[in-house]
Design a protein around this ligand. Structure first.
Ligand SMILES: NC(=[NH2+])NCCC[C@H](N)C(=O)O
Ligand SMILES: [Mn+2]
Ligand SMILES: [Mn+2]
Length: 343
């Protein structure tokens, strides 16, 4: 039977959290760099129970998996741009992905994109801009990913997405065949870096000359992660009204805690700092898209892979409201018989 206490408890549990709808996109894409394996990350993350972990956060979380991106390449444009390796692959994948991100957002869901290497963020940010015009991006990374084909030492596309997105850099690019769908409409003032510690010389020049918001490891050391994230958000979204996008490269986390990644750099964020950053972003209530990229299950031992996948899972669940303080019970956890939902 229901007494007044149990009805009150049920009401509290039902009202505990806001409805959150999530759309998951897998992007098994690894042609933005040269190491095989990063394309298997969506499968590893799903197999490790990511979707279940999200559903466990609270009753009002609703997760829809939109599956993996499929694309076919146009061989006519291969080698058409100097120093952009496997260019035709990125062109084909990002075109499909951008549309899919827009679709997820237009369905009213927060878009969670599982990479793949970081070149795919060109598409996720583009797709986000199509759905919500005013977007601010936190780029969490050891690297700045702001090379052009002229400044890149590697020719790897995962080091170039920020430069492709920024309107301030559009003059630095040659004509890019097959990329006419992508207009660099985003201002670099709407992007903030967290976690930088491996920045190429021309990237440093650009960051300084354009005054890009950047909280590298030195600033994090100085002010702490909490202050740095708030300062970054205040700068890229001063009115606190923009739709937020977090592009999270797992190599921002120290390689001791997330070793299975293609370009690891020591001296990075702790997992605790990565989680706290996401807790702050969650609390804004304006988070609409997350990319989790650069987990490479072919790098390191089984233990390394398990560490990296679990770090990624913790970071993602924090972004959707998982609380280290402990989660409230769900309706079916209550030690009472539940009345009909009209109460
Ligand atoms: N998303 C990444 N892990 N990027 C690493 C980029 C490394 C280097 N700056 C390059 O352009 O090749
Ligand atoms: Mn990156
Ligand atoms: Mn990186």
């Amino acid at each position: 039977m229901f007494n007044r206490v149990s009805v009150r408890l049920l009401r509290q549990v039902r009202n505990a959290s806001l409805k959150t709808e999530i759309g998951v996109i897998g992007v098994p894409f690894e042609n933005g760099q040269r190491k095989v394996g990063v394309g298997n990350a969506p499968k590893f993350l799903r197999d490790a129970g990511l979707i279940k972990s999200l559903q466990k956060i609270h009753d009002k979380i609703d997760v829809k998996d939109y599956g993996d991106i499929v694309y076919s390449i146009d061989h006519d444009i291969s080698n058409s741009v100097p120093n952009m390796l496997m260019y035709e692959h990125m062109v084909a994948c990002t075109k499909v992905l951008s549309k899919q991100v827009t679709r997820v957002l237009n369905d009213g869901r927060i878009c969670l994109t599982l990479g793949g290497d970081h070149s795919i963020a060109l598409a996720t940010v583009d797709g986000h801009l199509q759905a919500k015009s005013d977007v601010a991006v936190l780029w969490i990374d050891a690297h700045a990913d702001i090379n052009t084909n002229l400044t890149s030492d590697s020719g790897n596309l995962h080091g170039m997405p920020v430069a492709l997105l920024a309107k301030e850099l559009s003059d630095y690019w040659p004509y890019l065949p097959g990329m006419d769908w992508q207009k660099p409409v985003m201002s670099i003032r709407n992007i903030g870096y967290i976690g930088l510690r491996s920045v190429d010389s021309f990237e440093r020049l650009l960051i300084d000359n354009l005054g890009i918001t950047a909280f590298g490891m030195e600033e994090i050391e100085k002010y702490g992660i909490h202050q740095c994230v708030h300062m970054a958000l205040d700068r890229i979204d001063p009115t606190h009204t923009k739709s937020l996008h977090v592009s999270f490269d797992i190599d921002s986390i120290d390689s001791l805690e997330a070793p299975s990644t293609g370009t690891p750099v020591r001296g990075g964020l702790t997992l605790r700092e990565g989680i706290h950053l996401m807790e702050i972003v969650h609390k804004t209530g304006r988070l609409n898209a997350i990319d989790l990229v650069e987990v490479n299950p072919s790098i390191g031992t089984g233990h390394d892979v398990a560490l990296t996948v679990s770090a990624a899972t913790h970071i993602i669940t924090a972004a959707f409201g998982y609380s280290r303080k402990g989660l409230r019970p769900k309706v079916h956890d209550l030690p009472i018989q539940t009345p009909p939902s009209s109460t």
